[in-house]
Ligand binder design. Structure first.
Ligand code: SAH
Ligand code: SF4
Ligand code: F3S
Length: 485
């Protein structure tokens, strides 16, 4: 890639490189307890300045958003809710499908107007899109009002990078393509009051052929058990009721550190802390161990809800997708989980229109939906991602066919979502209260153990973070109605 020579001299850009991002070394990653630092000159950068942060994409990105907000507040920035009020606007982006990227490019375009009223405004982009060669190229050439771009491996460098963009008025682009250390001393501003995200590992080594995540997030690297458990203890002390353990594939937890027992052991240790609710995401069907199932079944504070992405119902397709299981193996695992974990609910992810997908193959996807009757399904049209193996295949299923398959699939997945919800009518479930509902202050909302949204009435004094018994009176496709008992 080549940019304006003057630009290159003035600014020492570090640009993303997908080939480097693909490389994996056996070398163990260092755990850094002191790497994050704020240079003296940057310490008060945010005094009288405001920042607006918008995060797209998955929970890993949400959690990164909390780190970014934590860093900015350490520099004395104040967070605001609208971009119009801000001195620093940052979009924390997702690259998983093209429409995710288009949304951000559209937003960057529309925010440009704010630079006219506030020439000192700093506009930044970070997250997974920043790891893409093509996108950063587009930003450099067509979005001159974007002052700062940094990657998912550069978050700890934000104080220095922002100083450079803000005080030196230099366009600043720094994207490391290979992961660095696991950094343990980053600040965090939790956005929730009773539910928290906890990273247990970073990156992904699965390389499903359609997926950009292993390139944007680097190789799999686990946090130590001690560090994870210490974070959870702090959350308990602060009054948090629920933690969601995060990893692109939590089943691989600890393999890189040689931790005996891996995720099953970590999960059990987390359960023993006594925190009221434990969730985890995502678990890949490929290495979901029996030991994990036994632990989930044994502890009441591990929630009976499993996100088990199937992607396709056809074994040949799964092979080309690089998923490493057949549909028969998926079904066997599903049955085992359903029989061993009491009242378990399932959600899944499904892609339609992968290159060469035939109608018969798509029918098998409908078959697995009929078989599993998922409580919830996230359904996507295949989107080619630059640098992935699938992007080299011809994207040859016509858009009308993809759309038609998506519609037919959603008709079935919505049907089962509703059916599964109907089954709760008349039953009483435990709900972790989020607070009064946004639409109606007299109605409260919260989630059941099975991760179902419940809107309910009450004549008692309750608050966010309470766990209450709610009798379900009505079921919709995406939520339940009820009254507290
Ligand atoms: N680590 C998680 C998934 C992260 S991406 C896991 O393995 O389950 C979330 C979902 O986005 C994937 O499960 C897949 O269904 C979908 N997805 C990923 N890449 C995609 C692409 N190129 N086109 C369409 N959907 C995609
Ligand atoms: Fe992507 Fe597959 Fe890794 Fe999930 S497991 S993040 S779908 S490569
Ligand atoms: Fe998107 Fe990156 Fe997550 S691509 S799905 S934000 S890991």
């Amino acid at each position: 890639m080549c940019y304006n020579a003057n630009d290159m001299k003035k600014n020492d850009y570090k640009l993303p490189n997908l080939k480097d991002a693909q490389k994996r070394t056996k070398q163990q990653v260092k755990i850094e307890k002191e790497l994050f630092e704020v240079p003296v000159e940057v310490k008060n950068l945010g005094v009288d300045r405001k920042f607006y942060l918008r995060t797209y994409g998955c929970q890993a990105n949400e959690r990164d958003g909390e780190t970014i907000a934590g860093i900015l507040e350490q520099l004395h920035f104040t967070q605001v809710d609208t971009p119009e009020e801000a001195d620093f606007i940052l979009l924390n982006t997702c690259a998983v499908r093209k429409n995710a990227e288009d949304k951000v490019l559209g937003e960057l375009g529309s925010l440009k107007r704010l630079k006219q009223t506030n020439p000192d405004l700093i506009m930044g982009m970070c997250g997974c899109m920043a790891q893409g060669e093509e996108i950063v190229d587009i930003i450099l050439k067509k979005y001159p009002h974007v002052d700062l771009v940094f990657g998912t491996h550069n978050i700890h460098r934000l104080p220095k990078l922002l100083y450079q963009a803000m005080m030196n008025k230099e366009r600043t682009i720094e994207v490391f393509s290979q992961e660095g250390e696991v950094i343990e001393n980053l600040p965090v501003k939790r956005f929730g009051t009773h539910k928290a995200w906890v990273n247990i590992m970073y990156g992904c080594d699965k390389f499903c052929t359609y997926c950009i995540v292993p390139y944007t997030r680097g190789k799999e690297r686990s946090r130590t058990m001690e560090d994870v458990l210490a974070e959870i203890q702090t959350l308990i002390d602060e009054g948090f009721k629920e933690v969601t353990l995060l990893g692109q594939n939590v089943n691989s937890y600890g393999k890189d550190l040689g931790i005996d027992g891996g995720f099953a052991r970590l999960l059990e240790e987390v359960a023993k802390t006594g925190i009221q609710r434990i969730r985890f995401t995502t678990s890949h069907p490929w290495d979901f161990s029996d030991a994990m199932i036994d632990v989930i079944a044994a502890y009441d504070n591990i929630m009976p809800f499993i996100h088990l992405p199937v992607q396709s119902g056809d074994s040949d397709m799964l092979k080309i997708m690089g998923r490493r299981y057949t549909i028969e193996e998926y079904r066997t695992l599903f049955d085992k989980l359903a029989s061993k974990i009491k009242n378990v609910a399932f959600s899944t992810d499904i892609i339609v229109g992968f290159p060469n997908e035939t109608e018969e193959q798509f029918q098998r996807t409908l078959d697995i939906v009929e078989y599993c009757q998922f409580d919830n399904a996230f359904t996507f049209i295949y989107s080619p991602r630059e640098g992935t193996p699938a992007a080299k295949m011809q994207d040859n299923v016509p858009m009308e066919v993809k759309q038609d398959r998506l519609n037919r699939l959603m008709e079935r997945t919505n049907h089962y979502a509703r059916l599964k919800n109907e089954a709760w009518k008349g039953k009483t479930c435990k709900v972790l209260v989020d607070g009064p509902s946004k639409k109606n202050k007299d109605v409260y909302s919260g989630y059941t153990e099975q991760q179902k949204l419940v809107n309910f009435t009450t004549d008692q004094k309750i608050k966010a973070g309470d766990i209450v018994d709610v009798e379900i009176t009505d079921a919709k496709t995406w939520s339940l109605n009820g009254k507290q008992v």
